[in-house]
Design a protein around this ligand. Structure first.
Ligand SMILES: Nc1nc2c(c(=O)[nH]1)N=C([C@H](O)[C@H](O)COP(=O)(O)OP(=O)(O)OP(=O)(O)O)CN2
Length: 133
């Protein structure tokens, strides 16, 4: 089994719904997504996958869609105000926890044909959540 890992750092804001703690308020993180790709075979270059292809497929998607955006749940009551202000948003249908953001990135990597088996989302330097196949 071969395994390739790529780390992608990005900044995002969010807030948690149904949460009794400071994270119910809008706040931001310098997060890091760690993607793990696996496979049994190497190509004729001796690669499971070219790091550059991972970069083109998923790092660019994260930079274009999540980086420097507020990741918010579609039912968050703050949305109309932020939309009116022209804020950069990425809307999801679940609470924007580290778990759900990890799953979001995992599913996007899968859609792009990457042999992803796990995504770890480091929300802070000491807390992360993992989604795997
Ligand atoms: N299982 C999860 N727990 C928490 C999540 C999450 O996404 N999944 N998110 C948060 C908050 O959004 C945020 O990460 C703050 O968490 P906290 O551990 O309090 O982070 P700090 O670095 O600010 O911790 P300090 O100890 O205050 O420095 C909470 N939980």
């Amino acid at each position: 089994m071969y395994r390739v890992t790529q780390e992608i750092e990005f900044c995002y804001g969010h807030r948690l719904l149904n949460y009794d703690g400071k994270c119910r308020h809008l706040h931001g993180h310098n997060g890091k997504a760690v993607l793990v790709l696996e496979g049994l075979e190497l190509d004729d270059r001796g690669m499971l996958i070219d790091f550059t292809d991972v970069k083109k497929k998923i790092r660019c998607w994260i930079e274009d869609n999540l980086d420097h955006r507020m990741i918010l749940c579609e039912s968050d009551p703050v949305l109309p105000t932020l939309r009116e202000m022209g804020e950069a948003l990425y809307i999801i249908d679940s609470n924007p926890t580290a778990e759900n953001i990890a799953r979001l990135i995992f599913e996007e990597a899968q859609r792009k044909g990457l042999p992803v088996v796990e995504v770890k989302l480091w929300e802070t330097s000491h807390s992360c959540a993992t989604y795997s196949a």
